[in-house]
Design a protein around this ligand. Structure first.
Ligand code: ACO
Length: 335
């Protein structure tokens, strides 16, 4: 059995935040942000919006494009690091879509690599598990974990959701040629949002009282990032990963129609494209409008490129995600 991508969709919050808006809350300016990152605008969730509603909207659009009924979906994978329920957000999207067949739905947490991992997981479920229609949704709201006083990181992130429908097909039509996935927990310190813990609350006192077991609730601290290290990691590891995946597929950078990287920084995108000898007109980028939307960035950029007619049926795309974990990986796909 093979699997192919048959639909895509995306959704972004209505609230725009420009570089000039940010310059009113931190010591920065449009020129610095544009030159160093390529970002000009981002969208941020407001009170009446949620990750679930964005993910659902993106998924509905993917199903419409694929002309597949929600009842025919048998797996929903939500790639996110920012679910609204600690236990996972995928079942809420499954419910909101109104899938009456109660398909399996679960989350994949791998930060900005989440969507590529989700795509590969969908293929494995279809090839080995007999699944027919798998929704892969990349959705994140990192704005909820951004330190809005840290000018080194708050300028980068935005919120969004993107989705694709992956469908079983004959092996001749297979749309996932190869992939290459990695992680390195050693590098976690360069990009993290750790659990805030008051150790005292969690200790049982010496009398054996249940004090320590009283519900306290916890939350995560803001994103802490060593931008330079993350930049170096991405520029070093991403081209290697894409080259490996291309080699497995019997391709080179000159054979692909599009390079579609996680949208983190235009200088990272340009450096990877140069290393792979992919000319800029074959590089997909919408970073200027949305910033770094984590697991949503690849399906959001794919959806815009498909709907604008840039990416057409039969085109080969080298997609790569990278980010916290550290995690990184690539997939060579056919649209
Ligand atoms: N506005 C103005 N000045 C700034 C700003 C800002 N927003 N941010 C930093 N500066 C200053 C610094 O204080 C520093 O000043 P100094 O020279 O007086 O000390 C100077 O600008 C240079 O700072 P650097 O941190 O060296 O700037 P750099 O060129 O490395 O750019 C950036 C920083 C944009 C964060 C870059 O390192 C980057 O994009 N890294 C990758 C980050 C990334 O992609 N993270 C997400 C990964 S995906 C995920 O999983 C979430």
């Amino acid at each position: 059995r093979g699997c192919k991508l048959v639909g895509c969709g995306s959704a972004v919050p209505s609230l725009h935040i420009s570089n000039d808006d940010l310059s009113k809350i931190v010591d920065t300016n449009d020129e610095w942000i544009s030159v160093r990152t390529g970002i000009r605008n981002r969208r941020i969730l407001s009170r009446n919006e949620s990750l679930t509603s964005l993910g659902t909207e993106a998924a509905k659009k993917a199903l419409e494009m694929a002309k597949v009924d929600p009842d025919d979906v048998d797996l929903v994978l939500l790639c996110t690091s920012t679910p609204e329920d600690l236990f996972g957000g995928a079942p809420q999207i499954q419910k909101a879509l109104g899938c009456k067949s109660n398909p399996l739905a679960y989350d994949i947490t791998a930060a900005c690599s989440g969507f590529v991992l989700g795509l590969v997981s969908a293929a494995c479920h279809i090839r080995g598990g007999g699944f027919q229609n798998v929704l892969v949704i990349g959705a994140d709201a990192l704005s909820r974990y951004v330190d809005w006083t840290d000018r080194g990181s708050c300028i980068l992130f935005g919120d969004a959701a993107g989705a694709v429908l992956v469908q079983a097909c004959d092996i001749e039509e297979d749309g996932l040629f190869s992939f290459d996935l990695h992680s390195d927990g050693e590098g976690q310190r360069h990009l993290q949002a750790n659990l805030k813990e008051n150790k005292k609350d969690h200790e049982l006192d010496t009398n054996g009282s249940l004090h320590g077991l009283l519900p306290k609730g916890s939350s995560y601290s803001c994103i802490e990032m060593n931008g330079k290290e993350v930049f170096r990691f991405a520029v070093r590891m991403v081209p290697q990963s894409i080259e490996l995946a291309l080699k497995k597929a019997g391709l080179t950078g000159s054979n692909i129609d599009w390079l579609l990287l996680h949208q983190a920084n235009q200088r990272i995108i340009d450096a990877v494209a140069t290393r792979l000898e992919v000319p800029s007109e074959r590089v997909i980028s919408n970073l200027a409008n949305y910033g770094n939307t984590s697991a949503a960035s690849i399906p959001l950029a794919l959806d815009e490129a498909v709907r604008s007619g840039k990416v057409q049926t039969g085109h080969t795309i080298a997609a790569a995600g990278f980010g916290a974990g550290l995690t990184w990986g690539s997939a060579i796909i056919r649209w």
